[in-house]
Design a protein around this ligand. Structure first.
Ligand code: HEM
Ligand code: MG
Length: 269
């Protein structure tokens, strides 16, 4: 009897050990020489945990669908939709795979005014940039929501417009910007209230690691195209609202400036 108890304890202990040894949430390794990473902090993170090929290379539809399902509970339709975007960045036409660094090809999907990368004019989008990210997170409170997430987007756009003579943002790039903020809030936080603790987001961007040690768990509810669209539209609405407010403020201050300089001009002549 005592032996049976011992055996069952031993089996349980070894099963627990196996779980943690094979649990990809625990198995984080940064890229090694020859591996590639790209401009997407989340896909880089999934590769660092082994949810995607650790090399970051030759990612197939199945790799992506399995990886996104296991890491963050994405449904099959959203993975198929994202895979089509991803493979469009492979310089080889009609390819059945992509590598993370393909995503950095400027103005295919990668765009200016990123939250954590410099513009292509200034450097490489594969590399996290602390200064850019510090500007982004200075607009977030302890909780990131639609309002503060959007304020950060607009701040980065304004900075990049004045510091990058080659600045551009296509309609697709703008759509990606809304989607990226909607997605990071929904996946690391609450997709219903569209809020997330700032420290989880900082942790992921800065370490390219899932914030399990901060209490984050893989979402129990599947992330679908419908949820992404709903939350993206919330960010888009806030974006237009804030842009209209800032541009009407700008128009007002330009009006004051014109009146002032007109006045000065009258004084001089
Ligand atoms: C196949 C799936 C995905 C593809 C093809 C993809 C592609 C990209 C690309 C091309 C960028 C660079 C855009 C830029 O210039 O900033 C990017 C950035 C980003 N991605 Fe992904 N991504 C994918 C999955 C995800 C997921 C699952 C999330 C979140 C849950 C996510 C969140 C983000 C965020 C927040 C950024 C912005 C980084 C920044 O602005 O510094 N992505 N992604
Ligand atoms: Mg970019």
């Amino acid at each position: 009897m005592r032996f049976a108890v011992f055996l069952s304890l031993a089996v349980t202990a070894s099963a627990a050990a196996n779980v943690s040894i094979s649990d990809p949430f625990e198995q984080w390794h940064g890229p090694k020489a020859g591996d590639v990473r790209g401009p997407c902090p989340f896909l880089n993170t999934f590769a660092n945990h082994g949810f995607l090929p650790r090399s970051g290379k030759y990612i197939t539809h199945k790799d992506l669908a399995d990886g996104l399902l296991n890491a963050v509970n994405f449904d099959a339709n959203i993975s198929a939709f994202l895979f089509d975007f991803a493979r469009s960045t492979n310089p080889q036409p009609n390819s059945t795979w992509f590598s993370l660094d393909h995503l950095s090809r400027h103005n295919v999907l990668e765009h200016d005014a990123s939250l954590s990368r410099v513009d292509a004019y200034h450097g490489h989008a594969d590399i996290f940039n602390q200064e850019a990210f510090d500007e982004t997170r200075s607009h977030w409170g302890d909780t990131v929501d639609v309002q503060s997430g959007t304020a950060a987007i607009i701040a980065r756009i304004n900075t990049c417009k004045v510091t990058n003579p080659a600045y551009s943002l296509s309609a697709l790039g703008e759509g990606f910007i809304w989607g990226e903020t909607a997605a990071f809030i929904s996946i690391l936080g609450d997709a219903e209230t569209i809020t997330v603790e700032k420290r989880r987001v900082e942790y992921l961007f800065q370490n390219e690691r899932l914030p399990t040690e901060l209490g984050w768990k893989r979402p129990e509810t599947q992330f679908t195209i419908d949820v992404l669209t709903r939350n993206l539209l919330a960010v888009r609405a806030e974006y237009w609202k804030q842009l209209n407010t800032t541009s009407s403020l700008r128009r007002q201050s330009e009006g004051y400036a014109a009146r002032l300089s007109g006045g000065r001009a009258r004084l001089h002549y």
